[in-house]
Write a protein that binds this ligand. Structure first.
Ligand code: OGA
Ligand code: MN
Length: 279
């Protein structure tokens, strides 16, 4: 029997006893999606899968969508990307891993960002490399009343890059540039399934708040990020080979800690699940 076990943490649940081959059955998929909306992060231990099996499994959460960066897409199954974040001797990793070191939510540079991301551990270093998650409902609720009032109705500009981000992203091809003009999103969004409000922040992509001077916008964004950086909103997932981890991009941020041994391979399969326009 499948069971949803809430973690003793600000977010997350572990799915026990799931037969992954049944994930797309409507009653099973409904339990998985409810667990995701409620806990924002679901961890599903199990065996390693092929990209094709991962694509089929991911459809339990919605429609898989191709990710922007073409070079990541796995040849035969373009909905599944292969993310290599192995730490090299010169201290570098793939660009996307370096970017993922700071808190972010995936895909917010699109007008309709992915609702969820699925990551599947294929090769995991012997230690380190946890992925940390932040509950953006609890961040919003922890803000002083006056700040929450101030955020009401504010919109922000997200782009592929912003000088506010600590690291630069992977270069885009002309085709990828054409697909990623700046977009506007509300600074506070409502989760379409639970109705809860979440701070929609992304230190990697959020450039400025519409209608504020740069200095004022920077100060407010820094103040909001300070709340999100507090450990009381966080949970870290320590990876085992075969884990499937799915997070809700509508109400979380995440980051990877690049503290694993040099040269030990870290490889994940990744699927983005189509979302709705934030409101
Ligand atoms: C991602 C991401 C973090 C990790 O795939 O979007 O941020 O731990 N990954 O690899
Ligand atoms: Mn990410």
């Amino acid at each position: 029997m499948m069971e949803v076990v809430a973690l003793d943490a600000p977010l997350g649940a572990r799915i026990e006893g799931l037969d992954r081959s049944r994930a797309n059955e409507p009653d099973v998929a409904a339990v998985l999606n409810r667990a995701l909306a409620e806990h924002l992060l679901v961890v599903i231990p199990g065996d390693r899968m092929t990209p094709e099996q991962t694509r089929i499994f991911s459809a339990a959460f919605g429609t898989p969508q191709k990710q922007l960066l073409r070079y990541k897409r796995s040849g035969g199954v373009p909905d599944v990307s292969i993310m290599v974040s192995t730490l090299m001797a010169d201290g570098t990793t793939d660009k996307t891993a370096i970017r993922a070191e700071d808190w972010h939510t995936d895909d917010s540079y699109f007008a309709v960002p992915a609702k969820a991301t699925l990551l599947h551990g294929i090769e995991i270093p012997s230690r380190g490399g946890a992925t940390w998650f932040c509950n953006m409902h609890s961040v919003y609720e922890a803000l002083p009343e006056a700040t929450r009032k101030r955020l009401d109705g504010l919109r922000s500009v997200h782009g592929y890059d912003t000088p506010r981000a600590r690291n630069r992203p992977s270069p885009r091809t002309p085709e990828e540039i054409a697909e990623t003009p700046d977009v506007e999103h509300p600074l506070v969004r409502t989760h379409p399934e639970t109705g809860r409000k979440a701070l929609y922040l992304n230190p990697n992509r959020l450039d400025r708040i519409v209608g504020l001077e740069r200095a004022e916008s920077d100060a407010l964004l820094d103040e909001l990020a300070d709340e999100a950086r507090k450990p009381r909103h966080h949970h870290g997932h320590v990876w085992n080979v075969g884990d499937i981890v799915v997070w809700d991009n509508r109400a979380t941020m995440h980051r990877v800690v690049i503290d694993y041994p040099v040269g030990e391979t870290r490889v994940m399969q990744r699927v983005l699940i189509e979302g709705d326009r934030p409101f």
